[in-house]
Design a protein around this ligand. Sequence first.
Ligand code: NAP
Length: 222
Amino acid sequence: MRIALLGGTGAIGEGLALRFGAHTTHEIVVGSRDADRAIEAAVDYEEALSVHGSDTSIGAGVNIDAVSGADVAILGVPPYHVRETIETIRDGLEDEAILVTPAVGMSRSETGCHYDPPPIGSVSELVANVAPASVPVVGAYHSIPAGRLANLETAIDMDTPVVADDEAAKETVQNLTNEIPGLSPIDAGPLANAAGVESLAPLLVTLKHHNESLPELGIRFD
Ligand SMILES: NC(=O)c1ccc[n+]([C@@H]2O[C@H](COP(=O)([O-])OP(=O)(O)OC[C@H]3O[C@@H](n4cnc5c(N)ncnc54)[C@H](OP(=O)(O)O)[C@@H]3O)[C@@H](O)[C@H]2O)c1
């Protein structure tokens, strides 16, 4: 499978590149608005993987080139830029591609972090609204801290609720997620449930804000 990490130069892109690179044999491509930035990130990730004993090579390119031939494209860009990013790549997306969104709209104040979804209800629904009709959208990884993903010496030991209207696409992303040790997908139903799933992320940031001694927090549903 070919996995394109759009905005893969950022925190969640790095974490997912390292975990997929360390634990799977899938082809990984880092996307960026800037080709040089993508190449630089891919080299950094390859170095981090080699320290970990993996000789995975990682592709790189501007976002529209990264999605060419991709089975799964993960939108690792800030929530308020998903629309423009999809507009940039829509002509390059394969007919069979799955678009995955980990994005959560949130705002910060002195009291903590607050869920701040777009008017449509959630970023996942916004992505589905903007994506080509033929491309299924899956929401996942919202509450997995990027730093925990990127630290290959640390077990993840977290769940990630997964939402989608397309059951086959959801199953594909759940199977892909299951390939990363310690990261467990949980079927959270259709995209209509995305607001509840996304809103877990700002709660985790708020808990960390008020409890600095805690590590980066995730969720385990036991
Ligand atoms: N950080 C986390 O722990 C975490 C965890 C779960 C989910 N998420 C979600 O994942 C998404 C990315 O988070 P992040 O922390 O990785 O963000 P980030 O590091 O701030 O940004 C990721 C990448 O987005 C691209 N980008 C920045 N501004 C953009 C714009 N105006 N248009 C298009 N692309 C732009 C940049 O790539 P280029 O400059 O190379 O194009 C950047 O490296 C967010 O929606 C967040 O809610 C984050």
